[in-house]
Design a binder for this molecule. Structure first.
Ligand code: TRP
Length: 326
């Protein structure tokens, strides 16, 4: 069984892009792999959240992961800061991480460009913390998007360097988990190719039906096709892409046909799409609402995750301490 690991920074609610792009695959992966899914609350400290927001956001991901079908019996679902062994490994890895390579990291350069007022050491050493997350459980595979590929590459560099410095073959080099055909990118409702929180174009799993309807009805469209079988402009293609995931094939074909023979009315398409999103989200939203009220259950889940993750992390940290010479 392969060890698969994925972390998510707690920055708010999950949207359809998170769901179809990642979480839905996690639910499948947990059947065949030893999966670690964790909430990267240490990482989120780089932006200095206030304690209340931090706590709320961690809870939100926990609830929404569970509501989406992540099974804490099958996978190890935990909160990063519940495993301080990660922080210890981060310290060790930082001793072998060089300023030059950290500064050259694309995500760091971007932060320096866009957040000049807060270029802290946590941002600089973000890749060592991520490497610690991955190496503490000896993950084989890490599902990562494009923006995280460089971090995974640096994890391999840090793993190999540790082995070289101490003359061991202790760490293995983790590989990217390729979703292959299951790789899904959900576009925004504003004509952009990506649904995202920071893009401000997202539909959240927890959105109430009327909120979903309003968002969909406001989606960007054009004047309509002028000739049969025209290529769909981005904003129209986007609506069809979302439809592909939430609607039945018959519904999709019906509107595709209407587009192709130029009889489509975008108002009808949006109404249908909105209702299908509402139906799709409803069972998840209901679970979210149930779980949110069930603090004792959530505490139990969190405790179980902590115990399972600690077992693996503690073993690693003891072995590393021994290798280093403590
Ligand atoms: N950096 C990742 C992100 O922002 C989150 C993350 C932290 C992560 N640690 C990880 C992802 C370890 C995969 C493996 O999306």
């Amino acid at each position: 069984m392969e060890i698969v690991l994925s972390g998510i920074r707690p920055t708010g609610n999950l949207h359809l892009g998170n769901y179809f792009g990642a979480v839905k695959n996690f639910v499948k992966m947990q059947e065949e792999n030893h999966c670690f899914f964790f909430i990267a609350d240490y990482h989120s400290l780089t932006t200095h959240p206030n304690p209340k927001d931090l706590q709320k956001n961690v809870n939100t991901i926990l609830v929404e992961y569970l509501a989406s079908g992540i099974d804490p019996q099958k996978a190890t679902l935990y909160v990063q800061s519940d495993i301080p062994q990660t922080a210890e490994l981060y310290l060790f890895l930082n001793m072998n991480a060089y300023l030059g390579e950290l500064e050259r990291c694309a995500s760091f350069k971007e932060k320096v460009r866009n957040h000049q007022d807060n270029v802290n050491a946590g941002l600089l050493t973000y890749p060592s913390l991520m490497a610690a997350d991955i190496l503490i459980h000896h993950a084989d595979k890490v599902p990562v998007g494009k923006d995280q590929q460089q971090h995974l590459e640096m994890t391999r560099v840090f793993a190999a360097r540790f082995n070289r410095i101490y003359g061991v073959s202790y760490f293995k080099e983790p590989q990217a988990f390729n979703f292959g055909q299951n790789l899904v990118k959900i576009p925004g409702l504003d004509g952009s190719t990506k649904m995202g929180k920071s893009e401000g174009n997202a539909i959240y799993l927890a959105d109430e039906p009327d909120v979903i309807r309003k968002k969909v009805m406001k989606a960007k469209t054009d004047m309509g096709p002028k000739e049969p079988n025209a290529e769909k402009p981005q904003e129209i293609a986007n609506l069809f892409t979302i439809m592909q995931h939430v609607s039945s094939p018959e519904v999709y074909q019906y509107f595709d046909q209407k587009y192709n023979d130029c009889s489509i009315r975008y108002g009808d398409l949006k109404k249908q799409l909105a209702e299908d999103i509402v139906l799709f989200c409803q069972p998840i939203r209901e679970k979210i609402q149930d779980l949110e009220k069930n603090t004792p259950y959530l505490q139990k889940i969190r405790q179980t995750g902590k115990e399972k993750a600690t077992q693996s992390a503690q073993k690693t940290i003891e072995e590393i301490r021994h290798i280093i010479g403590f």
